[in-house]
Design a protein around this ligand. Structure first.
Ligand SMILES: *Cc1c(COP(=O)(O)O)cnc(C)c1O
Length: 412
């Protein structure tokens, strides 16, 4: 019987290898672990972060503004680095706003979105002069009450729940019934309410979906986004300062997935921007990205603390696990568990290989970092590396679960 070839992980070539050891931020992983002083840790490579933004700017229209959605990775040092490279920061809470305001980014280039913003979220954003993306009419009333009390007219944009979705995206954020934004069909009436108040109206925010690897799906969603936004813009008496058309670019995590082809997106977006500027020359078009900007620049590193065989299956037990990297365990939105790209960072390219499962120290079968992967033969003391870990890693994990010591994060 002919073997059907098993799909493979996209090669992780962003980090180089010297003498069987992964190199991170200009030093060997072993040395980096010594420098950090403990495992587990997350390391983010600032050169890779910079390269990614440079590549986006090279491929996409020069007038397009790129925002970083900091919920993907809110580590303050990383956000500082990103703030020097992007045109704006998107935050989802007063806590993220504080991190954003510590950077040199001007407040008017910071926006806050998310359902159920608290009074503290709203009042800190208004006081800062950040743009608040309104997600309901109750929220708008709350914003007006707070801003009247504070004597500061708010900067607002309306977040629209589109009447379509981004096909083949990992997470759908619009289309159908959603808790995000206001349904497109009620926006015209809502705008009348908005314009009867003393607000600085900034524009619209539409976010159809995330983690998309298919250029065609994204192009289609972008076209529909622009059509809808321009239709709604007819109800806007003054300038439409901002059109935030969402993001959605994904990165390859699982076997068979390939990098998003940016070269096909550039010409399409060039056209889209021209069509917007033909009717709305004043509009600043924004694309907001989280994972695509930071995901591939980060790794999670943990150490093998035990190696055991159970009924023929070899387990590497590490000091890191799902409490620090929920997504790699398959429990952050995945329907079917698949392996992240994993390597033995201290035995790169060695020929002696074996099939292992890599687990963490938690007493639950969910704590699985690699399920039956063929990897270089590893021993206690070796370092396990999980790639594609720069986004939705530590802060998207239940760190208190089982009360193990905290992981560290470093920017190298
Ligand atoms: C989460 C989020 C993003 C970032 O999504 P990524 O998949 O990380 O690019 C962007 N915009 C909004 C409104 C979000 O909620």
């Amino acid at each position: 019987m002919a073997d059907t070839p098993r799909p493979k992980h996209s090669p992780m070539v962003q980090f180089s290898v010297t003498g069987h050891c992964l190199q991170v931020g200009g030093m060997s992983l072993t040395r980096l672990a010594q420098r950090v002083g403990q495992t587990p840790f997350f390391a983010y490579d600032r050169q890779l972060l910079s390269d990614r933004i440079r590549e986006l700017r090279r491929q996409l229209p020069s007038s397009l503004h790129i925002h970083y959605a900091i919920k993907a990775n809110p580590m303050p040092a990383l956000v500082q680095h990103m703030a020097q490279l992007v045109d704006g920061l998107d935050v989802a809470s007063a806590g993220e706003l504080r991190v954003a305001l510590d950077t040199p980014m001007p407040a008017e280039c910071i926006s806050m979105a998310g359902p159920g913003k608290s009074e503290r979220d709203l009042s800190t954003a208004i006081a800062a002069g950040a743009v608040v993306h309104v997600e309901s009419s109750t929220e708008f009333e709350r914003i007006m009450e707070l801003s009247t009390e504070m004597g500061v007219p708010p900067r607002v944009a309306v977040r629209v729940n589109p009447d379509f979705e981004l096909k083949s995206s990992g997470m759908k954020m619009g289309g159908g019934a959603r808790p995000f934004g206001m349904d497109a069909e009620i926006v015209p009436d809502f705008l009348k309410q908005v314009f009867s108040h003393d607000v600085e109206f900034m524009g619209f925010h539409l976010f159809a979906g995330s983690q998309n690897l298919r250029v065609e799906s994204l192009k289609e969603a972008q076209q529909k986004t622009v059509d809808l936004a321009l239709r709604l813009a007819q109800e806007v008496p003054g300038p439409l300062k901002i059109l935030n058309m969402g993001g959605g670019l994904g990165i390859p995590y699982f076997p068979g997935e390939e990098s998003f082809d940016l070269s096909q997106l550039g010409p399409h977006m060039e056209q889209l921007l021209s069509s917007i500027h033909a009717v709305r020359p004043e509009t600043q078009v924004v694309m907001e990205l989280g994972r695509y900007l930071v995901g591939e620049a980060g790794i999670y590193v943990c150490r093998v603390v035990d190696k055991k065989v159970s009924r023929g299956q070899t387990y590497l037990v590490t000091d890191g696990g799902l409490h620090q990297h929920l997504a790699a365990s398959g429990n952050f939105g995945q329907v079917i568990r698949k392996n992240y790209p994993v390597a033995i960072g201290t035995r790169m390219g060695t020929q002696d290989r074996e099939e292992v499962s890599i687990v963490g120290p938690l007493c639950t079968p969910l704590d699985l970092l690699a399920d039956k992967m063929e990897l270089p033969r590893a021993e206690v003391g070796d370092l396990v590396v999980i790639f594609q870990s720069g986004a939705y890693g530590l802060t998207a994990s239940p760190q208190g679960f089982l009360s193990h010591p905290a992981a560290l994060e470093v920017l190298v």
